[in-house]
Design a protein around this ligand. Sequence first.
Ligand SMILES: Nc1ncnc2c1ncn2[C@@H]1O[C@H](COP(=O)(O)OP(=O)(O)OP(=O)(O)O)[C@@H](O)[C@H]1O
Length: 509
Amino acid sequence: MPAPPPSAATLPLDAQGIHALAARSMFELFSSVSQGMFLIDRAGRVVWVNEGYQRFLPALGFASLDEFLGRMVEDVIPGTRMRRVLESGKPELIDLLTNKAGTFVVSRIPLRSEGGEVMGAIGMVFFDHPETTLRPLISKFAQLQRELDDARQALAAQRLAGRGGTGERQRRARYTFASFIGSSPAAAEVKRQARRAAQSASPVLLLGETGTGKELLAHAIHAASARADGPFVSVNIAAVPETLLEAEFFGVAPGAYTGADRRGREGRFRLADGGTLFLDEIGDMPLHVQAKLLRALQEGEIEPLGSNRLLPFDVRVVAATSRDLHAMVQAGQFREDLFYRLHVLPIRVPPLRERPGDIPALVEALYEDLLLRSGVEPPELLPDALALLAGQSWRGNIRELRNVLEQVAMRSDSPRIGAAQLAQVLRETGVEPAAPLAPAPRPGPGRQDEEALLLRPLAEQVAELEHRAIGAALRRHGGNRLATARALGISRAKLYARLAENPDLQVDN
Ligand SMILES: Nc1ncnc2c1ncn2[C@@H]1O[C@H](COP(=O)(O)OP(=O)(O)OP(=O)(O)O)[C@@H](O)[C@H]1O
């Protein structure tokens, strides 16, 4: 019997017909759900762009489609991996692409001839601004990115110091007090206290929000202490599974377990012998380990798991936490006796929002570091952009500032960045920009004027920023001087002195 003639409602039953139908349906599906699609040929030239994709062209720096078509894909879409897909013939079904046009969830698929040869590739953008549409995924990505940054920075510091092996890296201090950037009163006070702590042998407790520089200070304290030639060993308690913490601290005796640990393992206390043991996130330590830690600190001896021998150690402990240990003690979550054992030299590390005056110096240092680490030429931030940075709440503190600065460098070709461009990057990285610390700059100064403004003595510029910061804080707090001094992390006496020098700052309350 002859096959029924194909109609609009009939599925083709031959392989070729099924293939054509599926390909067409998939193409239509992708073009309707994606934000944009484009095609490159075998040479990597952009040969077709659909209507959806055309709206990204201005952000990529193209005024018309004609300028975009026919160009090599990497010349027009910074950071793209389309050429890799051409070369490997393997699709990349989901990826995040960040460039000056924003951050996108993208997909790249090779196009093959009937003979299986790669003839080109199709690129699709599924989401733009994934930081709002895919928040959990993006924050996880941002977290990983930060960890990667920290690891890269550690490696670079090690390379600069000309040091070898991984174990060595772990056991040397990476930073000194000079690495702690900031000359604001709050920063100077922290450094003063930390320097004093370095001279003593007592435990130090660093208290402050995430990303404020607690680990950096722990390294610096070690490097300036009498133990500087000994090892610096750190344990991030939050990152070690609870069941492994004891083994991590106290070690495992040979033969205690079968398998990998059969030969036994040194604990961190022993590895840090003669040096400093940095206990990061001490507030995350389970109560039963707290009891053992306390005993070890009191006795100066540890008992490796599966052993009945006590081993002496000589370690100076520096602990850090972003949690409110005092409240944890009251809630029965942290042992009071351990708290007092560690709370001998407490140092409060202020959040970045309490020292906005340090932002210009931090920007300079973090960009210098970026240049050293990755060769990325950083842009210059104009005064209105610096004022915008100074007005943010920086929940992730300096780590977050570094991340934003890197994003600015990655997403922009312009050598100078103003507040408007910065605000866009802040939004794209998931930070809703708060008002700048100073009123928005009046339109006017051209590039040369702006450069002239930046080429004045730094002290003058810092004083200006301080003046604007005080003005903004006074306005925010309705002229309340105590609240203003607190918000800026300065003493009331200092605020009164500044107000006396600058009568124009007075706000009646
Ligand atoms: N004052 C500073 N000057 C220069 N860089 C800083 C300063 N403070 C922090 N950083 C940088 O910011 C990042 C975070 O600092 P660090 O890891 O020391 O913070 P932390 O308080 O220990 O954070 P967490 O509690 O999340 O572990 C690091 O890359 C560090 O080099």
